[in-house]
Design a protein around this ligand. Sequence first.
Ligand code: ATP
Ligand code: MG
Length: 274
Amino acid sequence: TTTAAVDLEKIQVLGHGNGGTVYKVVQKKTSNVYALKVVHADSDPMMRRQIFREMEILRRTDSPYVVHCHEIFEKPDGDIAIMMEYMDAGTLDSLLKNGGRFTEKTLADVARQVLNGLNYLHAHKIIHRDIKPANLLVNKNMEVKIADFGVSKIMCRTLDACNSYVGTCAYMSPERFDPDTHGANYNGYSGDIWSLGLTMLELYMGHFPFLPAGQKPDWATLMCAICFGEPPSLPEGVSDEFRSFIECCLQKDSSKRWTASQLLSHPFCRQPES
Ligand code: ATP
Ligand code: MG
């Protein structure tokens, strides 16, 4: 344990995950506020594997569009804690639930930032695999950063890496359910783009696009809709640029889906708003 770890005081719980807890903490010496994600030693092996994967990725990343990791503690008793920058406006999911739907203009800013993050990650051979509103953190300046690398993958020599079943199923792209495309010709990066498209639709419409508002997801119906249905699209009344952007993300054929760097020059998110 380093001195930084003992100098942290817990203020409140920010969120619970599958075996870990995220706290808001203050460093007594400096009064700086951080987010601390703690996974206990006695949590199940799967959870421990996830936190080690997340540590490995956070150690490698340095981008203004990916939540910054200040320090990682591995205590002698086996507890692991990740000390991150504190994002004081919560997640896009909580903003949607508390503040209502997003405008096109705001969504263009969101898209540009998430795409910058994905472009950075993909260039570093990292696939996030769990892009969704609850994993996109926001601060008061409306800066959006990608978080939660628990099920992410670092692509090395082999491409079979994506075969394992991970991530939130609802946001998974059609090819991830398909045994034929699951293997060699599936590069995985485009799955993050599908998830971004669904995220943008949800933030605009106010509910998960494959389900009517208020309906609880039923796994079998959802999987059928994702694999056999038409991709969801925007309602009437949006700009052509926004409609086109969503179509570029939600191509069912992953080879037709645009990449993060292509989407960054799409008219919808090209110009920063003045
Ligand atoms: P889940 O399995 O539910 O996705 P998780 O264990 O993977 O959760 P995270 O998604 O990293 O954990 O964090 C859980 C919640 O804690 C987030 O949804 C968010 O509300 C909050 N949180 C996480 N990191 C931060 C941060 N840096 N700043 C502010 N809040 C955060
Ligand atoms: Mg999460």
